[in-house]
Design a protein around this ligand. Structure first.
Ligand code: 5AD
Length: 371
């Protein structure tokens, strides 16, 4: 074990140039071998399930890349009723999913805060306090975060999207509600309130360089996060970032810009980022994201094989799902939830992983920090 930690430390101290070399090379054998070894020694081969419930697509934000941005008038807006959420939770609980994630577009209102607070209490009661609840509900004030924490949520996902301020500003409108510093402050508040904190970035964005990605890895380390979800950027036709170099683009910096990477490159880069992160932060939870699955058949399993240990199967009732397209190509699965879980089990077996049923799968990083 000591020997292994030595290897990890060497990697953990990787400088930007070394990271970029790894992101460039086509010979991934050494990188992937180290990442797999790190994973199996430290977090093991269990994959934790978080049932994803896309609570609402109402969103105050106007992020240039996102399909449910406020200005996209083509989207039919919904908010799940409480009963529908509780049914999804009950399914997750009954199936032995250790956790659920409540995700939504960003809404900041007294009513929203209260709705979520009430829901959290009901979820805890329904599951005898046995299910882990993760929230992914955007930027909120400290009081709101605290109320949700007190009501039973113990993890929070808030992606930084990119840790590079200049790039962040190209991906978001320049106004008070899209502010890089606010995003950072929220992450700090969540940490202070003792949430397990998750963040993440998109990979293969227009304007994004390998230096930016190396910075992202350093950012995760500096923020000492407990969980990371990173996925490839995928265009959505009804957003300003779509076809950024094209004539139809409505992005303020349209024309003359570097186009985003080819799809295969985005996928390969995401896999490498996961491998590097697993080596750099061996005790955190890393998600194999839906976007990886959308981009490449078997993409999620590849992520699990080289470093990820969390999967978020979608438990949103089918009728809502077609309105929660953050990017193009997200398939609305027609199989039953049971079929999806059985299929996942078989796919994971192929890469030597197994589902950690009835386990919440807290971040080891968080647990070891707290002792
Ligand atoms: N491509 C990939 N990921 C996206 N997200 C939003 N839009 C896109 C897109 N076009 C991601 C963001 C957000 C998460 C919920 O979905 O990173 O934080």
């Amino acid at each position: 074990m000591n020997f292994l930690f030595e290897i990890f430390r060497t990697f953990a101290l990787m400088n930007t140039a070394t990271i970029i070399d790894y992101l460039k090379t086509s010979d991934t054998s050494e990188l992937f071998a180290q990442a797999k070894q790190s994973k199996s020694e430290i977090v093991g081969n269990k994959v934790y399930l978080r049932g994803l419930i896309e609570y609402s697509n109402r969103c105050a934000k106007d992020c240039y890349y996102c399909g449910i941005r406020a200005s996209n008038k083509k989207v039919h807006r919904y908010q799940m009723d409480e009963q529908a959420v509780l049914e999804a939770v009950e399914y997750a609980y009954r199936k032995g999913f250790g956790s659920v994630v409540l995700q939504s577009g960003e809404q900041q209102s007294h009513e929203f805060t209260q709705n979520i607070e009430a829901l959290l209490k009901k979820i805890m009661a329904l599951t005898n306090n046995e299910i882990g609840i993760t929230l992914s509900l955007g930027e909120q004030n400290e009081d709101t975060y605290k109320r949700w924490r007190d009501a039973g949520a113990k993890r929070y996902l808030l992606r930084i999207e990119t840790s590079n301020r200049a790039l962040y500003e190209k991906l978001h409108p320049q106004n008070k509600i899209h502010n890089y510093d606010t995003r950072l402050k929220c992450l700090e508040t969540l940490r202070k309130l003792n949430f397990q904190v998750g963040t993440g970035v998109m990979i293969g964005l227009p304007f994004q360089t390998l230096e930016h990605l190396a910075e992202d890895l350093h950012f995760f380390q500096d923020m000492d996060v407990d969980m990371v979800g990173m996925g490839p950027y995928i265009e959505h036709a009804d957003t300003p970032l779509y076809s950024i170099v094209g004539v139809g683009s409505t992005h303020p910096q349209r024309g003359g810009q570097t186009p985003p990477l080819q799809i295969e490159n985005r996928f390969d880069l995401t896999v490498k980022m996961i491998a590097l992160l697993r080596i750099q932060m061996p005790t955190i939870n890393i998600a194999a994201t839906t976007a990886m699955h959308t981009l490449v058949e078997g993409g999620r399993e590849k992520a699990i094989e080289i470093g990820a240990n969390v999967i978020m199967p979608n438990l949103t009732p089918i009728k809502y799902r077609e309105n929660y397209f953050l990017y193009d190509g997200k398939t609305v699965v027609k199989d039953t939830f049971d079929d999806v879980v059985n299929d996942l089990e078989a796919r994971l077996a192929h890469v030597g992983a197994e589902i950690g049923y009835n386990l919440q799968g807290d971040s080891l990083h968080f647990k070891t920090k707290s002792v």
